[in-house]
Design a protein around this ligand. Structure first.
Ligand code: NAP
Length: 336
C-alpha cells in the first residue's frame, strides 16, 4: 500500500472498554491518525460508537470494515479468541493490523496469524502498549548503555482484583477469560523484552468455578541460568511492579508498570535516580505512532514489538495455561 505523510485512516473492530480508553489519545494526534471507521456486530452499536467517539463512519459487521476502501489500517479490539479470524481476513485484504493483547487465545492461532502476515507481506503488530511507554524506552537506553551490567533476572506482577462475573469476558471461557491471557501477558512480555527467548516455563495456578484461571505464578528459565519470576491474578490485588536486575545494579518500573510514569535506576556504584519522561494522554497513542512509522517506512514488523516476541510470549502463556490445567479455548468464535 502507498501511504504518504497524510494521517493514516484507522478502522477499529469492536466497541468495548478498551476502545473507550484508547480513542481519547488518538484525538491528541490528529496529524497522524484519522478516526475513519468503527465496526460492531450490531449496526446500532457501531453507529452509536461512531457518534460518541468521532469516527467518520460505522459498519454493522467486522467484514464490512475490513472491505472499506477508505480504511488504511485496522485496530483489532474485540475479545482475544476473536482476533485470529479478523486478523486473517484483514491480512487477506492487505490491510496493516494492530492486534490487541492477548494476540490470540492459543499458540496455534498466533502462529497462524504470523505465518499469514509474513506470507502476504502485510504489517502486523501486537498492541503491547507497555513497550512504547517513554519510561520503558528510557529504561532500555539505560540497559543498553551497560550501566546495570548484564541483566540476569526480571521479577514482578500484574495483579488486579476483579469481582467474579462469569458473563464478563474477563472470566467467560469462550471469550478467553482468565488471568493469564488478560494480565499475565504484561509481565511475561516485559520479561521477554529484557531477557529474550526462554528455555523452560514452570507455572502454578488456581481457577474459578467455571475453569477460568484466577491466579498464576511462574518461573521462566534460560539456558545460561538467567530467570524471571512473574505473577498475575484477577483474584487478588497487587502492586503491578517490575524489577530488572543486572550484575552492576537494578531498576524498578513502579506501579502500574504496564503504563508507567517513571523508571527508578539503582546502579551498584552510583546514586539512585528517577527517570520521569512526559507521557502524552494515557499512553495509548505511542503504539499507533509506531504502526504509522513502520507503514510509512515500508516495514512489515516493528523492531520494538516484533512478531517473534509475540510468538515467544504466547508460547510461554500457552505453557502456563497447559500446566495449570486451564480449559482449551477455540480461536474462531466470531462471524465477520
Ligand atoms: N491495552 C489495554 O490496556 C487493554 C485494556 C483492556 C482490554 N484490552 C484488550 O482489548 C480486547 C477487548 O477488551 P475489552 O475490555 O474492550 O472487552 P469488552 O469491553 O468486553 O468488549 C469486547 C468487544 O468485543 C466484541 N465482541 C464480539 N463478540 C463478543 C461476545 N461474544 N461477547 C462480548 N463481546 C464481543 C464487542 O464488540 P461489538 O459487540 O461491538 O461487536 C465488544 O465491544 C481484549 O483482547 C483485551 O485484552 C486491552
Amino acid at each position: 500500500m502507498t501511504i504518504t505523510s497524510a494521517p493514516i485512516r484507522w478502522g477499529v473492530i469492536g466497541t468495548g472498554r478498551i476502545v473507550d480508553s484508547v480513542v481519547g489519545d488518538l484525538h491528541l494526534i490528529p496529524e497522524e491518525v484519522t478516526l475513519q471507521a468503527i465496526a460492531s456486530r450490531t449496526p446500532e452499536r457501531a453507529k452509536e460508537a461512531a457518534g460518541k467517539y468521532g469516527f467518520a463512519t460505522s459498519h454493522g459487521s467486522y467484514g464490512d470494515l475490513i472491505d472499506d476502501p477508505d480504511v488504511d489500517a485496522i485496530y483489532i479490539a474485540n475479545t482475544h479468541p476473536q482476533h485470529k479470524v479478523v486478523a486473517l481476513a484483514a491480512i487477506a485484504a492487505g490491510k496493516p493490523i494492530l492486534v490487541e493483547k492477548a494476540f490470540t487465545a492459543t499458540l496455534a492461532g498466533t502462529q497462524e496469524v504470523i505465518d499469514a502476515a509474513r506470507a502476504a507481506n502485510v504489517f502486523c503488530m501486537e498492541a503491547m502498549w507497555t513497550r512504547f511507554q517513554p519510561a520503558v524506552r528510557a529504561l532500555h537506553e539505560v540497559v543498553n548503555s551497560g550501566e546495570l551490567g548484564e541483566i540476569r533476572s526480571v521479577q514482578g506482577d500484574l495483579c488486579a482484583f476483579r469481582g467474579y462475573d462469569p458473563t464478563d469476558r474477563l472470566f467467560e471461557i469462550s471469550l478467553g477469560g482468565g488471568a493469564v491471557l488478560d494480565l499475565g501477558v504484561y509481565p511475561i512480555s516485559f520479561a521477554q523484552d529484557f531477557l529474550g527467548t526462554s528455555t523452560t516455563v514452570i507455572a502454578h495456578g488456581t481457577h474459578y468455578e467455571n475453569g477460568a484461571d484466577a491466579e498464576m505464578g511462574m518461573l521462566v528459565t534460560y539456558d545460561d541460568g538467567r530467570f524471571a519470576t512473574l505473577a498475575a491474578a484477577l483474584r487478588t490485588p497487587g502492586p503491578g511492579r517490575m524489577v530488572v536486575m543486572g550484575t552492576q545494579g537494578w531498576a524498578e518500573v513502579p506501579p502500574r508498570f504496564h503504563h508507567p510514569t517513571a523508571a527508578l535506576i539503582h546502579p551498584l556504584d552510583g546514586e539512585s535516580r528517577e527517570i520521569r519522561p512526559e507521557v502524552q494522554g494515557r499512553g495509548y497513542g505511542y503504539e499507533f505512532l509506531e504502526v504509522n512509522r513502520c507503514i510509512r517506512e515500508g516495514l512489515t514488523e516493528s523492531p520494538i514489538m516484533p512478531l517473534d516476541d509475540t510468538l515467544e510470549v504466547m508460547r510461554q502463556m500457552q505453557a502456563a495455561l497447559d500446566q495449570i490445567g486451564s480449559p482449551v479455548v477455540e480461536d474462531d468464535n466470531v462471524q465477520l
